[in-house]
Structure formats: C-alpha cells, structure tokens
Design a binder for this molecule. Sequence first.
Ligand SMILES: Cc1ncc(COP(=O)(O)O)c(C=O)c1O
Length: 464
Amino acid sequence: MEKSFSFSNKHHDLMARDAASVLGWRYEPRIIFNKGKGVILTDVDGNDYFDMSSGMMSLPLGHSHPELTEEIKEQADRFVHQSSWYSNPWAIEFAELIASTLPGDLKLVNFAVTGSEANEIAMRMALGIAGKFEICTVVRGLHGGSLAAEAMTTVGGARKRGLGPLSVPARSNCIIPPFYYRAPVDDRDEWDRISLQLSEEMIEYATTQEVGGIMVEPIMVAGGMIVPSKRWLQGLRDIADRWDALLIFDEAQLAPGRTGKMWGFEHFDVTPDIVTFGKGMSAGMPICGAVTTPEIAERVSGRNGLPWSGTYPQDPLLSAVALKQLKVVLRDNLAGRAARLGEVMRGDLEGLKERHECIGDVRGKGLYHMLDIVTDRDSRKPDAERAERIRYNALLEGVVLICVKNYIRLCPPLIITDAELAEIIGRLETAIKRAEEGFPTTTNISSSSSLATNDHHEFRGHQT
Ligand SMILES: Cc1ncc(COP(=O)(O)O)c(C=O)c1O
C-alpha cells in the first residue's frame, strides 16, 4: 500500500496561499514549516522531520542554537543596522577570526550579502588586478545565480537560456572536472592528467588567453559532489600560476568544518589567492564574503568598484551572530566532530549501497555526502526519477533531503548525534525500499529546482 501524507486543512490552505502568492521553487508536497530546533524541523501540523540539509547548508549548529538565539536577542536590542561607511566591533572581530583560521596571507575580508555577491567580489578582484577579462571555471561548478556568477556556473545549463548578453560568454567555463565516476577512463591518475591537459588546452584555444582568475569549488558539490585528488587541485594551482591568474576557491558549501576541516581546501594542501565563503559561515544570516591578501587588496582598491560595499554587508546583527557561531564551531571542534561522524555516515551509506543496486556511488567528505542514483551499476545512467522517489519517501519517513537531478545530498547540522544519524539511515533505507517498489507512482520535479528542470542526456563516455 502506498503511504501518503496527511495534512490539516489549515496546512493545505497555507500551501495553496504559498502557491498563489510566493514565487519560488518547491518540492512536493510543499510542506510549510514553522519551527526548527537542533536537527529537527516541525511543520504547521506539529509533525517533526530531521533536517538533512541544515537549512540551505547554512546551519552547522542546527536550528535555534541557544547561544545564537541569545546573541540575536541581545544584538537586536543593541544595534542591528548601520551605514556601511562605518564599521562595528563584531564585523572587525569576525574578519579577524576568519583570517586567523586561514593559511598564508589571506587576511582581508570584503563582506557581501550572498554567496553570489562574494564570488562577484572575487571576480572584480581578479579582473582588477590584471586588467584581463577571462575568468575560467570548472564544468559542473556552481557559483551562484546573480548574472555574473550565473555565467561562471555550469550545472544550471538550461536555466541560463534566454539570458543572452546579460551573462558573460560561456567560453570561460573550460576546466574539465575530475569526475572519476563518469570519466572516459577508469584510472584516476590518468584522468587527472588528461583532464588537466585538456583544461589547459581549452584555456589556450577557447579563451582570449587573458585569464584573470580560475574559480573552483574545492569539492564540486552541486555538480555531483566531485572530490578531486590532491594532484588535480595542485595541478590547477600550477595552471593558474602558468597563466598568471588568481586562483579563487569558492567555499560556500564547505566552510566551516563540514568536510572535517575548517576549510574544504585544507584537504588538498593548496592555498588560493582568494577564498569566498557563504552559507555555513553565515549562521543563516545574509553575511558572506571574499578573503584575500593585503597585497592583492591594495592593488585592486579603487578599481573595479572595490572594495565592494552595499546597504547590508557587515551589519552589526549579522556579524555578531556569524561571529558567535564561528567561535562555537572552533571552541567545540566541530570540524573534528564532522570528520569522526563523517566516517560513520560514510560507512552506513556504503552499507546501503551494498544492499541497493540503485546507489551507483557514494561520494563526499565529512558530514557532506551524496548518493549518485543510477538505473543500474553497469551503465551508471543517472536516474533522477528514482532519486526523486527516494526524496519523497524520505520526507514521508520524516527526513528532509536535498535532491537535484539524480543526486541526493546528506548534509546534517554538525551537532547531530550518533543515535540521530543511525535513526536517519534506517529511515532512509525504508525510503529507498519504497522507491524500489515504485512508490510514489507519479513523480514531478518540474517545480523543485531550476537546476533539475530541462535536464539533458547525461552519459558515461566509456562502457565497461
Ligand atoms: C558553491 C556555491 N557558491 C555560491 C553559491 C551562491 O550562494 P547564494 O545563493 O548565497 O548567492 C552557492 C549556492 O548554492 C553555492 O553552492
């Protein structure tokens, strides 16, 4: 028997009003939540769900962490917003603390409101320093949805249609990713070598050869949780150096601590010239930014609209809450916790893979993993429909997951316990079994995400 949701009339009414008056992407059913505590989300009928997406990957401490709630209250009472021609103690301390966690000379923070804006600051810096116009990004990278960041993004594909000249020409999206699972050759070392060689050839022949920057997520999350080898990321550093381009790491999905290290790039022994942050560093507040060296900052200041400013970046309320969160993450060694629990989660997910043919691969680091759902292991053909069935059934089991295309993400708050994790894996397995049985009988992802719609043929270049 197919299991189904049961919502109150009040809940149905809110869903209908949401559909009628708020524009946005929504999963089905469009549940309306009105409470969050720790790893638990509660809907307007009082049903509880585990939040395996940490909001928008933005809540390492979970929902309504008591120390953050107190900080919000105190700061709301004291100082919320100010002119960005002046500063405040919390923004200064936040910037200092961020710098203290970074290697090399990454010391100066230019704050932004969104991750897209932070990446645009990085782009302005790269263009400003060299007066060169190309910024090269990786195929299967995501850097945001503002128009310049969208041009750097390649996972959206169809969502760029119609934007035309508002978006920078796609010629810069030319770095070939180390997507080993669907690479044309099985040997990882070989694919590292080939993909880097092809990338450099693309830079040489498909760009103006005036490369100001190379932007990449150290782990390409939305593109399929692609975890590169050290050699690949170090190779990209070498390419950036050869072309006299700045290397920009987009850490929006990774910092702080989620992958088992404070910054995701620390796994690879490569230091960028600019690092951007958002989501997890923001504590759910709109405070993001780009960090660079004093030398680069000095060279670009007064050019290309830098330093970037606006109405809200580094506001006292946002800064105070994000600062408090970062202090707690460091004090409680949540990176270490993510590393330990990540091993547990990885083991559990590998166990699920052994038992369920539709899981083609498990990828990720620390408390951020992804299931690659396939029609069968031989073809490795992506099965977005089955992935959506799993997501839907997981929701029925009280687990909120992100699923885009055939990729199911597991991204819990870093404060999750072993027991909660075990409970979630059990529920996830129930959801997978129901999906394998063909439930729900209809799926509709057309309104779930701009990344999921209009999907194209995805293939594995070589068949085994
Ligand atoms: C890696 C990465 N960079 C940048 C962004 C854009 O962040 P925002 O939505 O805050 O503009 C995202 C958003 O999903 C992201 O995943």
